[in-house]
Design a protein around this ligand. Structure first.
Ligand SMILES: [Zn+2]
Length: 362
């Protein structure tokens, strides 16, 4: 692969090619944007292009440097990713990286460090990294890759050149899905349209039950099932989701350096951990509400346009043709309102009960 294989990121590519052409690389680049839009792949292809021996503005993919990078064996390209049960990057790891960065490249023009999921650098690791950025070693480049740039210290963000990534087109998602999964065409189209331009969301929709569960809820509501019981069932699903994200983030930021932290740092870390767990849980809820909303949105669109081309849930057109609430617009508004109330931390049980009562109205 090469930079030319990067999809749907013209602005980021223009910026990166300018960096190569000027041959004046900022010490830190911050690749940020939604999950699943190609940040990591772009970072690797950029690192290859910087060190390619054949091409000026891209990676040739054939020279010895590109081939080594392609197999993960380039001595000047280092990937740093969260490790251990806590899935963090420690201060020690950043210390080793800074040490490596102080030496000249072994065989390429640039030493490049790719920091994946950079928001998982612990606070001491971030502080250490900041020192490295303040006294930048020559011919070393750090690429921070994150979907949560605000989890990084503002001083780190301001010292890096920011490269923003946008979401992918549905056509691109459809092509990428076809490379990995054999799905019925209409289901693949639905997922591409529902993915909001993120490959990770598309894969989540393929691999989890979220969509089938949400669609099943709308079917049972339309069939006249008790909305209060359905709301309780839904809350039960979310409880399982919360337990899952909490156990995943339980040890986040709590690694080896726990004992050496000041009380303030420990508090800050605790807050950061809670924020990460909460964000993951809320993303899950928003996913469900989003799918519910698309269903009523499709009812509205199908009724007014009578065209399967305009709906997102392409594989549900038969159902859309025979099932339509009296006022889908009201239901869309009710879901939007539920989202707002959840953002204001109103009791979830109450929000869902009210929401399902609204959705059950004819
Ligand atoms: Zn090359």
């Amino acid at each position: 692969m090469s930079l030319s294989a990067v999809r749907d990121q013209p602005a980021a590519l223009r910026l990166l090619r300018n960096v190569i052409a000027r041959n004046r690389t900022p010490n830190g680049l911050l690749f940020w944007g939604a999950d699943g839009v190609g940040k990591r792949m772009t970072a690797m292809e950029f690192a290859k292009a910087l060190n390619c021996r054949e091409m000026e503005l891209d990676a040739c993919d054939a020279c010895i440097s590109c081939r080594k990078a392609g197999t993960g064996n380039h001595p000047d390209i280092t990937v740093i990713a969260p490790t251990g049960r806590s899935r963090t990057v420690s201060k020690e790891t950043i210390g080793e990286m800074s040490e490596m960065a102080s030496f000249r490249p072994v065989e390429g023009r640039w030493r490049v460090f790719l920091l994946e999921d950079a928001e998982r650098l612990t606070l001491p690791a971030q502080n250490h990294f900041l020192k490295t950025l303040e006294e930048p070693p020559s011919n070393s480049l750090f690429i921070l890759i994150t979907s949560f740039p605000r989890a990084l210290l503002p001083t780190i963000r301001s010292r890096c050149q920011q490269v923003r990534f946008q979401t992918l087109r549905p056509e691109t998602i459809l092509e990428l899905l076809a490379e990995r999964h054999t799905l019925p065409r209409e289901e693949a189209q639905s997922i591409a349209l529902l993915s909001q331009g993120q490959m990770t969301r598309a894969l989540d929709l393929v691999q989890t039950e979220k969509r089938s569960l949400a669609l099943e809820l709308t079917r049972r509501l339309a069939a006249g099932d008790d909305p209060v019981l359905l709301a309780e069932e839904f809350a039960g699903n979310l409880k399982a989701l919360r337990q899952q994200v909490e156990s995943e983030t339980a040890e986040l930021f709590e690694t080896d350096q726990g004992a050496t932290l000041t009380p303030e740092e420990r508090e800050e870390m605790k807050a950061a951990r809670a924020a990460v767990a909460d964000a993951a849980y809320r993303r899950g809820i928003v996913d469900y509400l989003y799918i519910l909303q698309t269903w009523y949105r499709d009812q509205l669109v199908y009724r007014s346009l009578q065209s399967p081309e305009a709906v997102l849930n392409r594989d549900q057109t038969d159902r859309l043709a025979r099932e339509c609430s009296a006022d889908p617009g009201e239901k869309i508004i009710a879901i939007g309102k539920a989202r707002q109330l959840l953002d204001r931390y109103i009791s979830e049980d109450r929000v869902f009960r009210d929401l399902f009562l609204s959705l059950a109205a004819p």
